[in-house]
Design a protein around this ligand. Structure first.
Ligand code: FES
Length: 296
């Protein structure tokens, strides 16, 4: 039997809401009383579609504007290229059930559910039957966010607000994640595996500055502007990261002025410390990379 995830009132007509089922985040869209369920993660870079905007049956991703057809998960407009996986929905006694057996994206699903009447009150998004695995994933993402110096002073509610804009991404061993001299789009936090921060690859004399492991962030400054990266970051082994794009972060910040002011204060403090360190003559010395890494 498909698990119950919430009430029809959780998804008023013309809106979307996210639920967690067995550790998986699924978004439900209500199109004139018909419910459609699909993966919450955008197939472009994994942003949460529960914060996207629904117009008719078209759902626009908040990060880079990919548009998906909620009736079958197909892509209407990129940059996403792959359709969303969709799921069968049922409404029984005013409760929403979703079967994770799912249907392939872009099939004629016929699996939508009709709600008896359009609810008038929007209930909070989120899990109503969160499994331990879902809770663990949530905590893991929140801990990853808390590890970012820029977010160090945020409380749990603020971290939860930011979590909706995160995505997961995997990199194979040896894969370049960020390139020195190229404009960055956002930050990553290592969830598993390890990466190396390297300078001088283009010159043929690469130097490893640091190795980062689980819970360590990189690329944070790109959240605030499109400056060029000052070093490359490469996966040492298979790596899973949690990411956040600048566009999504700044869009969120525009609605949270108090949060923006606190971050400004924190950045000012870091600037002052950097000045003090520079005055004290502190600097970073890299180590030459092993020969095989210099071939990249
Ligand atoms: S368009 Fe959705 S993550 Fe880029």
């Amino acid at each position: 039997m498909a698990p119950t995830v919430g009430k029809v009132g959780d998804v008023p007509a013309g809106s979307v809401a996210a639920f967690e089922i067995e550790g998986k985040k699924v978004t439900v869209a209500n199109v004139e009383g018909r419910l459609f369920a699909f993966d919450d993660a955008c197939t472009h870079m994994g942003c949460s579609l529960a914060t996207g905007s629904l117009t008719g049956t078209a759902l626009t991703c908040p990060c880079h504007g990919s548009v998906f057809q909620v009736t079958d998960g197909s892509v209407i407009n990129g940059p996403a290229k792959r359709p969303l996986l969709t799921y069968d929905v049922e409404v029984i006694d005013g409760k929403i059930s979703i079967s994770l057996g799912g249907t392939s994206a872009a099939e004629d699903r016929g699996g939508s559910a009709t709600v008896p009447a359009a609810p008038s009150v929007r209930a909070p998004q989120g899990p109503t039957t969160a499994s331990p695995a879902a809770e663990t994933d949530h905590e893991r993402r929140r801990a990853a966010l808390a590890s970012v110096p820029l977010f160090a002073d945020l409380d749990q509610a603020e971290l939860d607000g930011l979590e909706a804009f995160t995505f997961r991404k995997q990199f194979a061993a040896g894969e370049m994640i960020m390139e020195d001299g190229r404009t960055g789009n956002g930050l990553y936090v290592v969830l598993s595996g390890s990466v190396e921060v390297v300078q001088g690859i283009a010159s043929g004399r690469p130097q490893r500055l640091r190795v980062l492991g689980a819970g360590e962030p990189f690329g944070e400054i790109a959240l605030l502007g499109d400056w060029k990266r000052s070093a490359s970051v490469r996966a040492i082994d298979d790596v899973e990261c949690m990411g956040m794009d600048r566009w999504a972060f700044l869009t969120h910040l525009k609605t949270k002025p108090a949060l923006a002011i606190r971050m400004l204060q924190m950045l000012a403090g870091r600037l002052a410390k950097a000045d003090a360190d520079a005055d004290a003559g502190e600097f970073v010395v890299g180590e030459p990379l092993p020969q095989e890494s210099q071939d990249d």
